[in-house]
Design a protein around this ligand. Structure first.
Ligand SMILES: [Zn+2]
Length: 338
């Protein structure tokens, strides 16, 4: 009997030992090997020269598509419509989407086709920012937190020679409170639709010339509800770039109805016009470089600060046109308002 019990115990132990080893082996094979994944630091492409002379619309698009090919994680290109002559309305966006940027800004040029110096300068901004991503802390921080949209030419059919589109000034083609249902000429209508789809926090509209920033309103002399924000941000930009700044309504001495600056603000964006440079010809390389160096700091400051402004909604604006008269007598001119 004793022997039987001993044999039984031995057998039980052998079975127990076998099962234990089996489980141990299984558990060893189940544990996955942990290999630490070190993500490479994302860096922008080496762009040798971003301050270029005048480029045609196609040259700009091809250049940006090359940037996208080299840096697909930082550059996105696309279209938002087509012109009357069948050209794409082209945009591109620079940002690091992996960081889930919380802000959006739009940098545009050439709603007036005959102002190509604005295009060459904003293209210099984009090339500079892209090439400095992952190298310059400030630029990296901006592109981690903000999607920066660029529209190098809003009116491609008239670029670089003509201001008017179908016989009208495209920058008087935006809806105004007196004409809220306005249908705009093609490039402006497409731009409006794109803007409302993206809903950027801020927008810069590049024009030439005069080295001046314009802020809303153009069509009213009543104060803008974000007056202080404009004074702080654009006042600082003016100092950084040695530009002037004023309300759009002050530029010509008369009110401007239907302009980009007012419409963008009324639709929720901090909105400025930037009148680049000192002429409306095709820019030379030196022109672009001069304007880029002069305004680079102001531009970066715009992108950093403008996106954080809380825009007071257009519906809340008690809007009215002030009846103003321009009184002329010999060389004397005065604007008299109610
Ligand atoms: Zn213009």
């Amino acid at each position: 009997m004793k022997i039987k019990i001993i044999i039984c115990c031995i057998l039980l132990y052998i079975v127990y030992d076998y099962e234990k080893n089996k489980i141990l082996q299984q558990s060893i094979t189940v544990i996955p090997k942990v290999i630490p994944v070190i993500e490479p630091i994302l860096k922008g492409p080496d762009i040798e020269d971003y301050t270029l002379p005048y480029q045609s619309y196609d040259e700009i698009i091809n250049m940006v598509k090359d940037w996208e090919k080299n840096s697909p994680l930082l550059v996105e290109t696309g279209t938002y419509g087509s012109s009357e002559k069948g050209q794409d309305n082209f945009y591109f966006k620079i940002s690091n989407e992996k960081k889930q940027p919380q802000y959006k800004t739009m940098i545009t040029a050439c709603v007036h086709g005959n102002e190509p110096w604005s295009t060459s300068t904003i293209m210099a901004y984009s090339g500079y920012m892209l090439s400095q991503y992952g190298k310059d802390d400030r630029i990296t921080k901006i592109l981690d937190s903000t999607e920066v949209y660029f529209i190098p030419v809003i009116s491609p059919d008239t670029y670089p020679f003509r201001r008017m589109v179908n016989g009208v000034d495209p920058n008087r083609e935006f809806p105004s409170p007196k004409n809220p249902d306005k249908k705009s000429v093609n490039p402006v209508q497409n731009m409006r639709d794109f803007f409302l789809k993206i809903k950027p926090n801020s927008i810069l509209s590049g024009h030439t010339y005069g080295r001046v920033y314009l802020v809303p309103w153009g069509d009213s002399r009543s104060p803008n509800p974000n007056e202080k924000d404009y004074a702080n941000i654009v006042g600082h930009m003016a100092k950084l770039s040695d530009y002037k700044w004023e309300k759009a309504s002050q530029l010509y001495g008369s009110l401007i109805v239907g302009s980009d600056c007012d419409w963008y603000h009324r639709n929720g964006a901090f909105s400025i016009v930037m009148e680049f440079g000192s002429h409306q010809r095709k820019p030379s390389e030196n022109d672009t470089e001069t304007e880029f160096e002069r305004t680079k700091e102001a531009f970066l400051s715009f992108v950093e600060e403008s996106v954080k402004v809380n825009i007071i909604a257009d519906q809340l604006i008690q809007y009215y046109y002030e009846p103003c008269k321009i009184i002329r007598y010999k060389n004397y001119r005065k604007i008299k308002c109610r």
